[in-house]
Design a protein around this ligand. Structure first.
Ligand code: MIC
Ligand code: SF4
Length: 661
């Protein structure tokens, strides 16, 4: 039986284990990326591993998330990252150069290579044929130091694309269709490979929109083959030498196949407040819209913005709509400025935001109370926009611009009829305007050693975990429901600037569940910690969806949380919990979830023994006087990490012997 493309790349990078779905494997990482919101912790941890220079083929540090700069925190982070990158042999993409995933695709992505990034949307690189995976910053730091990346060998879902997208239907509609089918939960352990005749009709930026939002499905990664489209894109980026044709074997085995006929798709939206709450635009048409934004790492390519500019040229956006654009990179922004498209959008009433994450991570442009906000982004988790009770719809740039013109949700296929606009087909430019002057190449080792790493007062080295006890006395600090995202656990928005200061940031853990006048989650947790009682979080399905932010483990760990007991836990978050020595436990019988109450006293005897030897653990609910069983779905390496009090200690211990895992 032939191999899928994913298995071909995995085999060529396999350094530990064997390629059998579900089994843990260790793979070599060719490239890493970090961004500033996760990067400071990643670099601080990298420094404390004692490795002087990165051992990957290429590592890049990006500044794109924290750019609002109220107070010194963000700029302190930028300076720290710039100097720490130079010192450790890492390229540095400066603030203003663009969003990590967009820039990486343009300037560094290589078909057939592996990329590990401390951001959940790293699989954007799958659009160019990379095996690109998101992970916590500590996993990325280990890979920067030459260590392997460990993951469960995925099952492969093949998506057979046929047909061709009709005018006004976009790549975004492909992934929204898939989100409607697969939803955001239950896809842990899968990776997606696109194949079929429809693939060649999609450009690399369109493919990247699709692989980007694979993160919302919760799959390990998504990939497209390397073909003429890939070659064309790389040639236009003046990187033709990086091209490599890539395809699965003709008789490749897929564990499941989904058929999508591109010709049959229509414009769609993910309705509030989950990326899988998908409806067609026809169903939503007419809903009054207060805000429209085109940007984020999902939809901010040159073609996305050129299409927008052509539709807007000579027209005005509706006067009840605030309309903003955030081109994904300085390359895109420069080209729009050069060819006049930027002026067309500004004349139409567009507000120009920086080439950065911006409103996608709640850095400004929050919608008014009750306002419907249309965004070309990838996440619409409740409150992520910065407004409580927000109404965020995720749409394609085509739907966004059509709605900005009319002031209500509008199917872009109606634009010819409404405004006599012909569909502007945007071709990939023969040559992009390349200017890498905002990407700093690291100096050689000798020069690097002389660089002083700048550490502003707001950069605090995070505390590392304590060993787990043999007998855990715990208390249920919070009982929450299904699909708790890392945005619920560790809010970004106005708190994002606290990322480099765990004691401060930890104050807002689970802020969305805090009630006025009552003790906060953090206060309750710290009170228990002082009494040596371990905090326990009880949750439903798909706990830890969304971002790769390890602060969602690091900050609870700082507050004394020692276990999460959930019906299921998402991949990246589970790895982060283990890395910071919080026990990830799944209910053997999900019905036990209903029996546990907030504040219940829990007891786990023989915890260390169970970590060593067992796939199950007995938990006593002392308040409710009952016992229940938790599943320990852990690899041998996970167990070793937990027993070493976290990945950093585990890596240090192993580095004493040999580096690698
Ligand atoms: C996100 O989209 O949620 C983020 C912000 O990019 C995160 C990373 C972070 O929290 O810093 C992600 O996707 O991993
Ligand atoms: Fe930035 Fe949003 Fe992309 Fe995350 S999803 S990397 S916040 S643009």
């Amino acid at each position: 039986m032939g191999q899928t493309l994913i298995y071909k790349i995995l085999s060529s990078h396999l350094a530990d284990g064997c390629l059998e779905a579900g089994k843990q494997i260790g793979i070599k990482i060719d490239q890493t990326l970090t961004q500033d919101a996760t990067g400071t912790t990643a670099f601080l941890l990298f420094e404390s591993m004692g490795v002087k220079r990165v051992k990957t083929q290429l590592s890049v540090s990006y500044i794109d998330h924290n750019m609002s700069q109220f107070g010194p925190e963000n700029h302190n982070d930028h300076l720290y990252l710039q100097t720490a990158a130079a010192r450790s042999g890492v390229y540095h993409s400066r603030a203003g150069n663009g969003i990590c995933h967009q820039v990486h695709l343009e300037r560094f992505g290589k078909p057939g290579a592996t990329l590990l990034g401390s951001d959940s949307h790293t699989p954007t690189g799958g659009g160019i044929g990379m095996l690109a995976i998101g992970a916590g910053g500590l996993d990325v730091a280990v890979a920067m130091g030459g260590g392997l990346f460990y993951l469960a060998c995925p099952k492969v879902l093949g998506v057979n694309l046929t047909g061709r997208l009709k005018d006004w239907v976009a790549a975004k509609d492909v992934i929204l269709k898939l989100l409607g089918i697969l939803t955001t939960k239950g896809n842990v352990g899968w990776a997606i490979e696109y194949f079929g005749k429809g693939v060649s009709t999609l450009s690399v930026p369109q493919r990247a929109t699709i692989t980007n939002m694979g993160a919302e499905l919760g799959v390990t990664t998504s990939i497209f083959p390397g073909d003429e489209q890939t070659q064309k894109f790389l040639a236009a980026q003046k990187r033709e030498n990086d091209y490599k044709p890539l395809k699965p074997d003709a008789d490749a085995h897929y564990d499941r196949i989904i058929e999508i006929n591109l010709s049959q798709l229509e414009p769609m939206a993910a309705c509030p407040s989950s990326p899988d709450n998908v409806k067609t635009i026809r169903e939503l048409a007419g809903l009054k819209t207060g805000q429209v934004a085109i940007g984020s790492c999902t939809n901010s390519s040159f073609a996305d913005l050129m299409m927008t500019a052509k539709v807007l040229k000579g027209r005005r956006i509706n006067n009840m709509v605030e309309f903003a654009i955030a081109p994904g990179s300085r390359e895109v922004l420069n080209m729009l400025a050069e060819n006049g498209a930027l002026a067309d959008m500004i004349s139409a009433g567009a507000r120009t935001l920086e080439s950065s994450c911006g409103p996608c991570i709640g850095q400004g442009f929050s919608p008014a109370d009750g306002a419907v906000s249309l965004r070309t982004f990838n996440r619409n988790f409740a409150g992520r926009s910065g407004t409580k009770g927000d109404n965020v719809y995720l749409v394609s740039p085509e739907t966004a611009v059509a709605s900005a013109l009319t002031g209500c949700i509008t199917d872009p296929r109606d634009l010819p009829k409404l405004f006599a606009i012909k569909y502007p087909k945007i071709k990939l430019p023969e040559e992009f305007t390349i200017d890498d002057s905002m990407i700093e190449k690291p100096p050689n080792e000798k020069k690097a050693a002389g660089i002083e790493v700048l550490r502003g007062s707001t950069i605090v080295v995070p505390e590392m975990p304590q060993m787990l006890p043999e007998k855990l006395d715990g208390r249920v600090l919070l009982k929450c429901g299904d699909k708790i995202t890392t945005d619920h656990i560790m809010p970004a928005g106005i708190f994002l600037k606290l990322r480099s200061n765990v004691p401060q940031y930890a104050k807002v853990v689970f802020n969305c569940f805090n009630e006025d006048g009552k003790q906060t989650f953090a206060e309750r947790a710290l009170e228990l910690k002082k009494k040596n009682i371990g905090g326990v979080i009880v949750a439903g399905e798909s706990y830890g969806q969304g971002s790769s932010r390890e602060h969602a483990a690091l900050c609870p760990m700082y507050l004394g949380v020692r276990a999460v007991i959930a019906k299921s836990i998402e991949r990246i978050h589970k790895a982060n919990l283990i890395n910071f020595c919080i026990m990830p436990i799944e209910f053997a019988d999900p019905k036990d979830y209903d029996r546990i109450k907030p504040d219940d006293q829990l007891q786990i005897d023989n915890l260390l023994d169970a970590i060593k030897n067992s796939n199950e653990i007995k938990i006593t609910d002392k308040t409710g006087s009952f016992e229940f069983v938790g599943k320990l779905d852990l690899s041998q390496r996970d167990r070793n990490i937990l027993l070493a009090a976290g990945l950093l200690n585990h890596t240090r211990e192993r580095n004493g012997q040999k580096s690698g895992n």
